[in-house]
Design a protein around this ligand. Structure first.
Ligand SMILES: [Mg+2]
Length: 341
């Protein structure tokens, strides 16, 4: 990072840990824990998933510290487009689920769900196209297909006019092979890397291998806005900004990243605020009419108190903060030069 790290003591003194209720089950739980840091520039979020170790979590901490200690990049963009998401529901459920969004301009459709077959995906995509003839449609397989399954599936689904297909197969090497096979069959469809972009060195590898046309980026795993912008520049690929099921604090940082991209070509995956039953602000970052405001939400002290975790859990998070911080403060200053290796 380009600035002095605050001391661990200062971070500890200004940290709050909350557990927010979700409307849906996510990673097997119906709540989301987050450590929030209050700093001179505003609030920052540090919410690596519970199973992440200190090395990986330290990226998330870098993002939280950046948000609390650095102003967001200046922008004239007041709102950014976001996509609606259609889970792997049956054809009959499509209109009801998407009816919850007002006039979606971009819809992400989940495909390759385990226990389903290609015909289910085709029916879901066809029904969505029938209901929304002018919307941009993208599919997300969450790495659910093998290479041999993905090629015919995407050849078929692309007939409905797709903006791109997100992570059809696992792994950077197979993504590259998939693009070659689709091209050989004359299928024109952009491929996005999502699960293959987790470590901050992945984007450059994706670009080097020709594994994707664009990549899904998240502020916390990549270490903050400045680092994400640097990675996008080095990879030379278009980016779609998405959330890691952040609270409104993390969503605000993600929206600021999206507004700072050299070009915002794709609607962002940032309408996840609706998955929370409640948030740490009175004005959560929830999309309206397919757009999300670019702003720092004002944090509510009352909500932080209300959703504070019990002492044991707080202690666990403080240890996590300490371990991640140690990793951060001893890490060589290699962030800005990793692409050279
Ligand atoms: Mg995805």
């Amino acid at each position: 990072m380009d600035y002095q790290l605050p001391s661990l003591e200062e971070l500890r003194e200004n940290s709050f840990v909350v557990r927010l209720p979700l409307r849906v089950m996510f990673r097997g739980v119906v709540q989301r824990e987050a450590l929030l840091i209050q700093g001179p520039a505003g609030w920052g979020e540090f919410s690596p998933f519970l199973e992440y170790g200190p090395a990986e979590a330290s990226r998330w901490l870098a993002a939280g510290i950046e948000s609390a200690y650095q102003p967001y990049p200046e922008t004239t963009i007041e709102r950014i487009p976001v996509n609606a998401t259609l889970p792997a529901v049956t054809t009959e459920q499509v209109s009801r689920v998407l009816g919850q969004y007002d006039a979606p301009h971009t819809i992400k459709i989940k495909v390759a769900e385990s226990g389903q077959i290609l015909q289910d995906d085709i029916a879901r995509v066809a029904e969505t196209r029938r209901l929304y003839p002018d919307a941009k449609l993208r599919v997300d397989a969450n790495a659910g297909w093998t290479l041999d399954q993905a090629v015919p599936a995407l050849a078929r689904l692309s007939e409905y006019g797709l903006e791109y297909a997100e992570q059809p197969v696992p792994g950077i090497a197979d993504l590259a092979r998939l693009r070659e096979r689709l091209a050989a069959r004359g299928v024109e469809l952009k491929i996005a890397a999502d699960e293959s972009v987790r470590k901050h060195t992945d984007p450059v590898e994706v670009a080097r291998m020709g594994a994707a046309d664009l990549m899904v980026i998240k502020t916390q795993p990549l270490g903050g806005i400045a680092e994400a912008l640097r990675i996008v520049e080095q990879a030379g690929l278009d980016a779609v900004v998405s959330s890691a099921l952040d609270t409104s604090i993390g969503l605000g940082q993600a929206a600021a990243l999206a507004a700072s991209l050299p070009e915002l070509k794709y609607a962002c995956g940032l309408s996840t605020g609706t998955l929370f039953k409640d948030d740490v602000t009175e004005q959560p970052l929830i999309a309206h009419g397919g757009y999300l405001d670019v702003r720092r939400p004002a944090v509510s002290r009352a909500k932080i108190r209300h959703y504070s975790v019990e002492p044991d859990s707080f202690t666990w998070w403080m240890q996590r903060l300490e371990q991640s911080y140690a990793h951060l403060s001893t890490r060589p200053q290699a962030d800005s030069s990793f692409a050279g290796s």
